[in-house]
Design a protein around this ligand. Structure first.
Ligand code: GTP
Ligand code: SPV
Ligand code: MN
Length: 578
């Protein structure tokens, strides 16, 4: 493979530190993927699933303590602590390298070091970017094959000898005590040691496309966001593209490939996790999905909740930490209403009902996006798709209405900055705890979040028609703990109202926090949601909001004078209106 001398030198340095027995340059070919799978079947890293019913599918069982992102071990290593900001863990670059260097020195002895040149984004797009990562994990290499465009195509897209993000990954000993995920945005560098889990180890994804990506996006005037991208097609065949930010395991994959319950309407999938969004020459926002595949949450994926998601994982899929039936088929909670007999749990132990979950709550599938039945014909368009609206969604049992619309761009950025959510199994730690997660970027913004809000505000004057911004919450519950809204396929009803608002047709009524659908403006035919229940899902309770906004003030305070004044103003105005 023809590579630049800068790439070669960096790879040599990585080998000098980690001391692998051999170095293999990956070409991204099918033959290479097949060889990796064979090797992993031989050493037990992968188990073969039923090749008659799940052709090309394999199961990986991770180390039991390596099942989710570890945010407490994730650092932004900038020269100045303030550039990482109060919401990121920070370590001085030199100190970080000494610490992780001790775990990485000689870590690849006896192992192979694979070199993976990868492209984030469609071939031929000016928005696509290159990374070169090294790893001693065959599982990471195979996963990168599915999640990014690997091989010569990456090198071809380098605009100069040093136009790549360098990533050094080693499983190390997989112990959380010797695990660090380090980002050096000023050096275009990532070091990750001690974890083989998705977001910790597939460096193109959260580390590059979001943490380093957001840093570069701010410097260069674009957006790198934790967002799905979808196209909503109306009965006349007109497609409106939306991008939606939701925290981890909170509905992006599901919404991105939703099967419409409304006749004549359909949803096209462009991406399910990350959006890179640029302003074009006409002042229109255009988005690409930098990824090639989906690393999606398995539990609760079923023919009922996500028919497209269920269909696309019937072949050529790597499952991680799901349960397995005696027929060697994958199973997870929610796939069927009753678990099959004779399951092996995610650790391979015989499972019986009443114990813990059979599949790990953060078990996942890795699969090419092209296998999704609803994949958009435009998903690899080098120009990206035009974005007409943004959605910010979170997981809140109370307070936050099912859907409402911001008054304008600044108000929308304020609503995004005000987001909080109940935590999920995608992150190690307690599940169901409310935490602040502005724009679903708290784990992924590679710089000071006050500057991030400022960056969003600064986009407006560059846009011919700033997209409308919406807030959604599929997770609001009644006093009996039941979801107020059926969600999943029915969410298309909300998308239809959103598209109507963008086109100036949908009806709304004003509340102190934004515009909610007017009575009758969201179609409820064919679902068992009474108008009273729907109103409860939309209700704005002043007392709850005032309390939430007071807490929000405390969050803003930690940024001091760096917090943009227009956000503070929108916050104060909302308190006055309530
Ligand atoms: P990451 O890949 O971690 O970034 O997450 P994601 O946002 O893509 O999450 P995903 O769509 O996989 O959501 C997973 C969880 O959200 C599952 O437990 C789903 O059942 C639940 N979920 C998704 N959509 C809905 C919905 O409309 N209603 C309800 N009640 N739950 C939903
Ligand atoms: C998330 O946690 O938001 C994910 C999964 O999308 S991971 O890639 O592991 O971060
Ligand atoms: Mn995600």
């Amino acid at each position: 493979m023809a590579v630049t001398s800068v790439v070669e030198k960096w790879v040599d340095d990585a080998a000098g530190l980690t001391r692998p027995d051999r170095t293999v340059w990956c070409d991204g070919s099918k033959a290479e993927y097949d060889r990796l799978v064979e090797e992993m079947l031989r050493d037990g890293t992968l188990l073969e699933m039923n090749q008659a019913t799940y052709p090309g599918c394999y199961l990986h069982r991770s180390h039991p303590s390596d099942v989710a992102r570890t945010e407490q071990l994730t650092f932004i290593c900038t020269g100045a602590k303030d550039d990482a900001g109060p919401t990121n863990n920070w370590m001085a670059p030199a100190e970080a390298k000494v610490k992780a260097g001790a775990y990485l020195r000689g870590a690849m002895r006896g192992r192979t070091m694979w070199v993976i040149p990868y492209l984030m984004g469609p071939a031929g797009s000016a928005m696509s970017r290159v990374g070169v990562m090294v790893t001693d994990s065959a599982y990471v290499v195979a996963s990168m094959h599915l999640m990014a465009r690997v091989g010569q195509v990456a090198i071809q897209h380098m605009r100069s000898d040093d136009d790549f993000i360098a990533g050094l990954h080693s499983n190390g000993d997989l112990s959380p005590e010797r695990r660090l995920i380090l980002h050096f945005p000023e050096e275009k560098l990532i070091w990750s040691v001690g974890s083989g889990y998705g977001g910790n180890a597939l460096l193109g994804k959260k580390c590059h496309a979001l943490r380093i990506g957001s840093w570069q996006a701010r410097q260069e005037g674009w957006l790198a966001e934790h967002m799905l991208i979808l196209g909503v097609e109306d009965p006349d065949g007109r497609v409106t593209y939306l991008a939606a930010a939701m925290p981890s395991a909170s509905g992006k994959t599901n919404l991105a490939m939703v099967v419409s319950q409304l006749p004549g309407w359909r949803v096209w999938t462009v991406g399910d996790d990350i959006a890179w969004i640029h302003v074009d020459a006409r002042g229109q926002l255009r988005a690409i999905n930098p990824e090639r595949g989906f690393f999606g949450v398995a539990p609760n994926t079923s023919p009922k909740t996500n028919p497209n998601g269920t269909a696309m994982v019937r072949s050529n899929t790597i499952f991680t930490n799901v349960a397995m039936t005696p027929a060697r088929e994958p199973w997870w909670e929610g796939l069927t209403s009753t678990p099959p007999d004779g399951l092996l749990d995610w650790q391979g132990k015989p499972w019986s009902p009443g114990g813990g979950p059979a599949a790990h709550p953060n078990s996942r599938f890795t699969v090419l996006a092209s296998q999704c039945p609803s994949i958009s014909p435009s998903w690899e368009d080098p120009e990206g798709v035009p974005i007409s609206g943004f959605i910010f969604g979170s997981r809140r049992t109370r307070v936050i209405p099912l859907v409402f619309e911001a008054f304008d761009w600044t108000h929308g950025v304020f609503l995004g900055s005000a987001m909080s959510t109940e935590t999920t199994a995608a992150i190690t730690g307690q599940v169901g705890v409310v935490r602040r997660d502005p724009m679903a970027m708290i784990p992924f913004c590679g710089y000071n979040m006050a500057d991030y809000f400022g960056h969003w505000l600064g986009m407006q004057p560059r846009l011919a028609t700033p997209p409308k911004i919406f807030r959604v919450n599929w997770f609001r519950k009644d006093d009996d703990g039941k979801f107020l809204w059926p969600g999943y396929g029915e969410n298309v009803r909300i998308l239809k109202w959103i598209v109507g608002r963008i086109r100036g047709t949908g009806k709304a009524v004003e509340t102190p926090v934004g515009n909610v659908p007017a009575p009758g403006a969201v179609e409820l035919d064919g679902i068992s949601v009474s108008p009273a229940r729907f109103q409860a899902a939309l209700a704005v309770h002043g007392d709850e909001w005032r309390q939430a906004l007071e807490e929000l003030g405390g969050f803003y305070d930690q940024f001091g004078g760096r917090m943009p004044a227009p956000i503070r103003q929108a916050h104060e105005e909302t308190l006055r209106r309530l």
